[in-house]
Design a binder for this molecule. Structure first.
Ligand SMILES: [Zn+2]
Length: 288
């Protein structure tokens, strides 16, 4: 990645869709190697975000950023003393650039470092930047403990997935969205994974057979992996285009396609509401 050019991860704002795990991972990949080893020079806070920073900005100054990890949709910046947790909320996006333009009205957190400026742009302010003393601190436990297994990590094990799903009586899509069995599968990717697995979103998780759960397990990982790969490849073009993010460049099979013909069987895609969220499925390819 060329460090002198800004990285802009904000395509999802244009689409008015919440950042999901692949977007957060692509964001991480976009600046993690550039910021690693940099020292914090200054911190600028804009309007209040979802949670307060939990320290004086001056406490961050002089600390080094060692690495950037991800847990669910949180980014974890490992500092000399503590971890800075960043969350993009509903509408947040991060940019990392060497120039420090004057902040706009929706830029609510700037981390000036020796490698560049990390800026959180968040019109709806559901995002956050929070310092926690360490991963074992009560503050970190409160934010991170309820998160399920990482779908892209080695812990996403088929046997454990089957056991956990069999204990849930809610519709399978809502179980995926809840993030307790597996973390970070949001509305778009849950719909797409269920299509890939041929499973109707309304079926109760506990009723799914093991072969179907195996297909779903594979589909969740596959859909997210492809989205990250796609986002990552688009990311390389950021420096030229400035603004087209890798956000959901995967061609959706069902999401947002109500009434349009299924790409597999030509049956019109159906849209229903499940727990306040839109669900899309093919009534023929996805069986109850
Ligand atoms: Zn179909």
């Amino acid at each position: 990645m060329k460090a002198h050019r800004p990285i802009i991860i904000r395509g999802h704002q244009r689409l008015r869709i919440m950042p999901e795990l692949p977007e957060v991972e692509v964001t991480r990949l976009g600046f993690a190697s550039s910021i690693a080893g940099a020292r914090i020079l200054a911190v600028r806070l804009g309007k209040p975000l979802r949670w307060p920073l939990a320290c004086e900005p001056a406490e961050l100054v002089g600390q080094r950023v060692h690495s950037v990890r991800r847990r669910g949709k949180y980014l974890l910046l490992d500092l000399d003393h503590g971890i800075l947790l960043l969350h993009l909320g509903m509408s947040g996006s991060l940019t990392f650039s060497q120039s420090s333009d004057a902040p706009g009205k929706h830029d609510h957190f700037d981390l000036h470092t020796t490698a560049g400026v990390l800026r959180l742009h968040d019109p709806r302010r559901f995002g956050a930047a929070v310092l926690v003393p360490g991963q074992d601190s009560p503050q970190a436990h409160k934010l991170l403990d309820h998160l399920g297994v990482e779908p892209l990590g080695e812990g996403f094990d088929l046997a454990a997935f089957c056991t956990a799903m069999r204990q849930r009586s809610a519709p399978v899509k809502q179980v995926l969205l809840a993030g307790e069995v597996v973390v970070g599968v949001g509305n778009i990717y849950a719909s797409e994974a269920l299509f890939q697995a041929g499973i109707r979103p309304t079926i109760r998780a506990a009723r799914l057979s093991r072969p179907r759960l195996a297909r779903l397990h594979h589909a969740v990982r596959d859909v997210l992996t492809r989205a990250v790969a796609k986002g990552g490849s688009t990311l390389r073009d950021f420096s030229n285009t400035q603004g087209e993010s890798g956000y959901f460049q995967l061609e959706a099979m069902v999401y947002g396609r109500a009434g349009q013909p299924c790409k597999v069987c030509a049956t019109p895609i159906r849209s229903i509401r499940q727990g306040q969220r839109a669900t899309f499925f093919c009534p023929r390819c996805q069986t109850p």
